[in-house]
Write a protein that binds this ligand. Structure first.
Ligand code: NAD
Ligand code: TYD
Length: 353
């Protein structure tokens, strides 16, 4: 094995686990270090199939723990960092914003400092890839798209914390010359998605015949990308992206929430052998999310033209694969929805019913 190493933070989470798997299998000569604190959203079950692969290493650490970070950087002397560790759920950010400031802002600055100290000005062959979201750009009206040059206009504590972290990453490039790249991606979906986000929450509720809480009028729009297509975009940008540059990543796949929910209901009814309309009858309109962004949509032309990336999984295929995965992995769902999840669910949704 060569001495190349990449630290991936948040590798036990939803997107991180797909990225770790891709890198471990695709780059057998590179050590892939999964650095994760294993919060409620992190789950090593997501990586069972690759945990014994020789180039995979797991380090349990919190990005708020600067001495743990220094130690891990000095052990592995990484060539690169791909940073996904974050608090990632808008509704939780409304319940406790400071957690998002600590992990997403302070944690990111800690990681930048650890990389800067380790590389000590020798940036040859080095890369710090910050994985961010399209939510930093705020909300669109009926038309238009976010691009790499759209002004930042975050509205939720989550998006404000991600925006702040993006600014720090760029500041470390401009001030210290750190070779950074940033990707701002639209909403992901797929296997291993924690059931607090729209698609996996609704799949779980359909399985358990629980109400499907649609916020507001349901006419909010998101641009959905299958998680493996996001992982392939990160792979390309990490290896070929220009230092200092930003790449917008999206699915060219906009859906109003209510239309998506109805499609999901039909698909689940078919797979569960339910009579038509069974799951749709669970749809319940509830109080809107405060500061709810009306529409997100990404123009991913730059990454397409410069690096040749485009989504490969259609929404039809992706949703079919996703629903099948949850139905085949009910134990995973049961494990992650026991304990703390129940308390979160009651706190978040009790007020709506
Ligand atoms: P997730 O919530 O599923 O996973 C987050 C991971 O980070 C978990 O494994 C958790 O244990 C870990 N983590 C949290 N706090 C930590 C800390 N203090 N120290 C170390 N590890 C910690 O998130 P996700 O949906 O996979 O998102 C990953 C990244 O991609 C995030 O930065 C998010 O902002 C970004 N992103 C997500 C989406 C999406 O649709 N999910 C879209 C665009 C960008
Ligand atoms: P979510 O999956 O939380 O992603 P984000 O807010 O980061 O885009 O939500 C996707 C959309 O679904 C968003 O418009 C909020 C809406 N939503 C509901 O209507 N009900 C719910 O219970 C949840 C979790 C989300």
């Amino acid at each position: 094995m060569s001495s190349k190493s990449i630290i991936i933070t948040g590798g036990a989470g939803f997107i991180g686990s797909h990225l770790v798997r891709l890198f471990v299998n695709k780059y057998p000569d590179t050590r892939i270090i999964n650095l994760d604190a294993l919060t409620y959203a992190g789950n090593l079950e997501n990586l069972k199939d690759i945990e014994k692969t020789p180039n995979y290493i797991f380090e349990k650490a919190d990005i708020l723990d600067t001495s743990a970070l220094e130690k891990i950087f000095s052990i592995y002397n990484p060539d690169g960092v791909i940073h996904l560790a974050a608090e990632s759920h808008v509704d939780r950010s409304i319940l406790s914003p400071l957690d998002f400031v600590y992990t997403n802002v302070v944690g990111t600055v800690n990681l930048l400092n650890a990389a800067k100290k380790c590389w000590n000005g020798d940036y040859n062959g080095k890369k710090f890839h910050h994985v961010s979201t399209d939510e930093v750009f705020g909300a669109l009206g009926e038309t238009g798209f976010f691009t790499e040059v759209t002004n930042y206009d975050p509205h939720s504590p989550y998006s404000a914390s991600k925006a702040a972290s993006d600014h720090f990453v760029r500041a470390y490039h401009d001030t210290y010359g750190l070779p950074v790249v940033i990707t701002n991606c639209s909403n992901n979906y797929g296997p291993n998605h924690f059931p607090e986000k729209l698609i996996p929450l609704f799949i779980n509720n359909i399985i358990n015949k629980k109400p499907l809480p649609v916020y507001g009028d349901g006419f909010y729009t998101r641009d959905w990308l299958y998680v493996k297509d996001h992982a392939s975009a990160i792979d390309l940008v990490y290896h070929k992206g220009k230092a200092g540059d930003t790449y917008a990543v999206g699915g060219f796949n906009e859906w109003r929430n209510i239309d998506l929910v109805k499609l999901l209901c039909k698909l689940m009814d078919k797979k569960l052998g339910n009579a038509e309309g069974t799951s749709e009858s669970l749809i319940t309109y509830v109080k809107d999310r405060p500061g709810h962004d009306r529409r997100y949509a990404i123009d991913a032309s730059k990454i397409n033209k410069e690096l040749g990336w485009k989504p490969t999984v259609t929404f039809e295929e992706g949703l079919a694969k996703t629903t099948e995965w949850y139905l085949e992995n009910k134990e995973w769902l049961e494990n992650v929805t026991s304990g703390d999840y129940q308390q979160y669910y009651e706190k978040q949704y009790e007020k709506s019913h």
